[in-house]
Design a protein around this ligand. Structure first.
Ligand code: PLP
Length: 444
């Protein structure tokens, strides 16, 4: 019943069929058509759909209490999920604050940073530097730090206009630098920006360790990460990692930060943290930051639904399932398989100009010329067209028309972390069919 009237509105009118059910990496619509969820929705469904053990644990909590306001009761699900989260994150990140989504997590990180600065007598620090392009959420505070003009421009008069530096889109650079030198070049842009703004005014630097939808799984050269940490330390600028998309095992570590041995000051989590079983997110920070804020009267922040036992029981069940099934290790292993398959496509499709990613957060980008990395003409609407051709064939992928500061079509493949090698092959067969159809349509 796709033609039933709808009173709902989202970003646009929704032409999609009704969802019936999910099972593992698959979703089924009401007509019985099966789809591989090649993007885990919006990089959310990390443990796959309708996991019976997780559902049973959520039901058990439902039978006890679905809500208990945090100012009235402590609850075991929230305490246990906080403890589990701390156990899974690197040392030094040992305080947790729950929220219901990614934008809320980013907002919470910003407010915690500001309140911490106040306890240190640093009230002059209010600027947060972010990267362009980037995506940090749709609430006004998070949007102010989002480097994605199509979403931001209409609301610009409502923004403070925070400073930004370029995201390290080194695959577009045509200089003679080594990868290491390129990473350092981009990191130094942060140092320059802090000095330009006045270090005493800069509160924090906010970054996605592996880019999400805005850049298409952009990974910086290894040298970038450590240098950024050093620069933040040099100027006492807090380092906030937005791991809303990369956290909870997506890149083959619980936090992407672990790939580079970085301990950020605050980490934002959501998406895979609730894995689609509950609207859930969190910020994780060190006691070093949180305790002074609590001593000074408390964190002036909190959402009604935050930390509710139902969402937290879902989150706890998700993390337990990830551990029991070894899903983080599987993400690392299957990520390599998927990357190899995607790289293999470059021989067959000359319009694929770059393949990148970490773990099971992977992307490929279309170009009209691999040498110059010139994008395809916007009139082809490639980002939208390939998604449709894949959807018709039963494969869900995610796309955007943006890249390092300019327009370009990229596609994210980020299946649930439970995926097997045989299922990756099944996904690639559908993807190739969609790419063949795109090539035939466009003559590319
Ligand atoms: N931060 C990042 C890196 C994201 O990818 C997203 C969502 O795509 C958000 C924040 C915002 O999360 P939400 O849509 O749950 O508010």
């Amino acid at each position: 019943m796709t033609d039933a009237p709808s009173y709902l509105f989202y970003q646009s009118r929704n032409p999609r069929p009704f969802l019936d059910r999910g099972e593992g990496i698959y979703l089924f619509d009401e007509a019985g058509k099966r789809y591989i969820d090649g993007s885990s929705g919006a990089m959310v469904s990390n443990i796959g759909h309708s996991n019976p053990r997780v559902l049973a644990k959520i039901k058990a909590q439902m039978d006890k209490a679905t809500f208990g306001y945090r100012l009235h009761f402590r609850t075991h699900p929230s305490e246990d999920l906080a403890a589990k989260t701390v156990a899974m994150t690197p040392e030094g990140l040992d305080r947790v604050f729950f929220v219901s989504g990614g934008s809320e997590a980013v907002e919470s990180a910003l407010k915690l940073a500001r309140q911490y600065a106040l306890t240190q007598g640093q009230g002059s620090r209010s600027k947060v530097i972010s990267r362009f392009p980037s995506y940090h959420g749709c609430t006004l505070g998070a949007l102010d730090l989002t480097g994605y003009d199509p979403l931001r421009a209409p609301f610009d008069p409502m923004m403070k206009g925070m400073p930004s530096i370029p995201a390290p889109a080194t695959y577009l650079d045509r200089d003679n630098l080594s990868e290491e030198a390129r990473g350092l070049k981009y990191a130094e842009m942060l140092r320059d920006k802090i000095i330009e703004e006045g270090p005493e005014t800069v509160l924090a630097f906010l970054m996605e360790p592996v880019g999400g939808a805005s850049t298409g799984a952009l990974v910086a050269p290894d040298s970038y990460y450590g240098r950024i940490r050093e620069i933040c330390d040099e100027f006492s600028v807090l380092l906030i990692y937005d791991e809303v998309m990369t956290g909870a095992g997506r890149t083959g570590k619980f936090l992407a930060a672990e790939h580079w041995g970085i301990t950020p000051d605050i980490v934002a989590l959501s998406k895979g943290f609730g894995a689609g079983y509950a609207p859930l997110g969190a910020i994780v920070a060190g006691a070093r930051l949180v305790e002074p804020v609590l001593d000074a009267g408390g964190f002036l922040h909190g959402f009604t639904y935050a930390g509710n036992p139902l969402a937290c029981s879902a989150g706890l069940a998700v993390l337990e399932e990830m551990e029991d099934q070894g899903l983080i290790e599987n993400a690392a292993k299957m990520g390599e398989v998927l990357m190899a398959r995607l790289r293999g496509l470059m021989a067959r499709y000359p319009f694929i100009g770059d393949v990148r990613g970490k773990g099971l957060l992977t992307a490929f980008e279309f170009v009209s010329d691999r040498e110059t990395m010139e994008p395809l003409p916007p009139s082809l609407e490639a980002h939208a067209r390939l998604v449709e051709l894949a959807y018709e064939r039963g494969l869900i992928i995610y796309s955007r028309r943006t890249r390092g500061g300019t327009a370009g079509d990229h596609f994210l493949l980020a299946p649930p972390l439970i995926i097997t090698e045989a299922q990756i092959d099944e996904m690639m067969t559908l993807l190739c069919a969609a790419l063949d159809a795109f090539a035939a349509e466009t003559g590319l």
